[in-house]
Design a binder for this molecule. Structure first.
Ligand SMILES: *[C@@H]1O[C@H](CO)[C@@H](O)[C@H](O)[C@H]1NC(C)=O
Length: 488
């Protein structure tokens, strides 16, 4: 961000905060009423049917992805009062199957601190949110980031802990200290937090605690050697198929060919970790986890032996066209992830199939033939990889369109939104040769094969979808229209 934009944003923030939002029962009630009153003003044309999105206003990072008392919970960075970023709240939804979602009251409202990203753990009957409190100050660098707790004994109403902050400084006093991801291992709580070195290299710090309140610094879990960006946001750390994975969202990577084409990335480093020495030894260099245009700040949840991932379905520093309609931002589908060799594969959760609303349409789509769908559809497509594949996705009433392509000469899958706005990656199928494509009112997700190459991109067609086969070959298509699973 440029200096000028900082000044503009902070001037706006001090104004917004002087409205004095407080996490009181009264403030919470007022906010829920505001949301109810504001919802009818939203233009629904690009509202998603089966992706998580804000009821009104702005959404960014997923937070606190967790399982508590028989339900999955997802929180998110939320600014209700504008379809642009503002002083952060935590929005809240829950689900029994990671597919059908219920809207819950806003969980955290900013007091003196804005409620930046964080995670959730369950301690007996208590749900504990750990998040970054960002406080604006009037001296350089004009902000201070420390870690806060909020507690709940019903998973709906949260009280901020009176001893906040619980973690106030980094070993090098870096002002960038955010996005705590906490977990339980053995007799301790652990947390990793994104930060940077004095010479602006991204790093992740590891701490340990017995009570979530008193924290001891253990180690630098990972750090850029200089070409891995100036800040590592939203770190996550977990075991997957016998290895340890450091997932994070680095800022400041230079584009390299097909890699790192978005302004910021989300990806992972595979390695090994030892709970006695607290040392993470990287074995495979950073790889992007999704190759689409709109994917940032992914986070995971381990439950019942499975590992689930969800991500913000947008990108910083690009327009979010739905903002004119009174809302902005969404989440990707929840994916189940596994590590195969050196690749994380992603598949929509099994329950995703329960949204299929019709008998399958199964057809051989000849060159130049079209299929029409309403706003929400799932397609499974297979063709010969020896020949070019090209599908065009456009609105039945116009709007933005996209091409999904297979280039057999270079063995690349391409998602092209026109005007050179292209993302592509080489694809070697691990098993299946088909593509599974999810269309929603303003999004496309493409899962290639077993989920070894995935593209998540927002797209803004008007009306329903028209899908045309512009390949030189006929394509086998299995298609379904999908039901709504997120409240309007
Ligand atoms: C942020 O504020 C805390 C007090 O809440 C203080 O201990 C810490 O040193 C401050 N951090 C920086 C980088 O100034």
């Amino acid at each position: 961000m440029t200096g000028l934009r900082y000044i503009v944003i902070f001037a706006f923030l001090s104004l917004a905060l002087s409205k004095s939002v407080r996490q009181t029962d009264e403030a919470k009630k007022e906010l829920e009423q505001y949301i109810l009153d504001k919802k009818p003003e939203i233009d629904p044309k690009w509202r998603l049917l089966y992706h998580v999105m804000p009821p009104v206003g702005w959404m960014n990072d997923p937070n606190g992805f967790s399982f508590y008392r028989g339900e999955y919970h997802l929180f998110y960075q939320f600014y209700p009062y504008d379809s642009a970023w503002g002083p952060m709240h935590w929005g809240h939804v829950s689900s029994e199957d990671l597919v059908t979602w219920k809207q819950l009251p806003t969980a955290l409202l900013p007091d003196n601190e804005m409620c930046f990203s964080g995670s959730a753990v369950t301690d007996g009957d208590t749900m504990i949110l750990m998040y970054t409190g960002r406080v604006i100050s009037d001296v350089e660098p004009f902000y201070n980031e420390t870690q806060y707790l909020a507690l709940s004994d019903d998973g709906v109403n949260f009280q901020k802990y009176e001893g906040n902050p619980v973690l106030a400084t980094t070993p090098n006093s870096s002002p960038d200290f955010r996005d705590p991801k906490a977990w339980r291992h053995g007799d301790h709580w652990y947390v990793i937090i994104g930060s940077k070195t004095d010479d602006s290299r991204g790093r992740v710090l590891l701490y340990r605690s017995e009570d979530m309140k008193n924290w001891q610094f253990l180690n630098v879990l990972g750090e850029s050697n200089g070409d891995m960006g100036y800040m590592w946001e939203c770190p996550d750390f977990f075991e997957l198929n016998g290895k340890f994975v450091l997932l994070m969202s680095p800022q400041g990577l230079e584009p390299q060919g097909d890699r790192f084409k978005n302004i910021y990335q989300t990806g992972y480093i595979i390695g090994s970790f030892n709970y006695d020495t607290f040392e993470f030894v990287p074995e495979v260099e950073f790889q992007e986890i999704d190759f689409g245009h709109d994917f940032y700040a992914a986070t995971t949840l381990g439950h019942d032996g499975k590992r689930y991932l969800i991500s913000w379905f947008n990108m910083w520093e690009v327009p979010l066209p739905e903002d004119v309609d009174g809302w902005a931002g969404a989440m990707t589908l929840v994916r189940e992830i596994e590590l195969i060799g050196t690749t994380i594969i992603q598949k929509p959760v099994d329950g995703q199939k329960s949204l299929r609303d019709s008998e399958a349409i199964v057809t051989d789509l000849e060159p130049n033939q079209k299929l029409e769908f309403e706003k929400a559809a799932e397609l499974i497509i297979e063709g010969s990889l020896d020949e070019k594949i090209e599908l065009v996705f456009e609105g039945s009433e116009g709007g933005q369109k996209a091409w999904i392509r297979w280039q057999p000469d270079v063995r690349k899958v391409v998602v092209d939104r026109g005007s050179e706005d292209i993302r592509q990656v080489e694809w070697t199928p691990l098993g299946s040769h088909s593509w599974r494509i999810f269309l929603d009112a303003s999004s496309i997700e493409l899962f290639c094969g077993e989920g070894e190459a995935v593209f998540s991109s927002r797209l803004y067609p008007l009306g329903g979808w028209t899908v045309s086969n512009e390949s030189p070959q006929s394509l086998r298509v299995e298609a379904y229209s999908l039901k709504r699973s997120f409240p309007e």
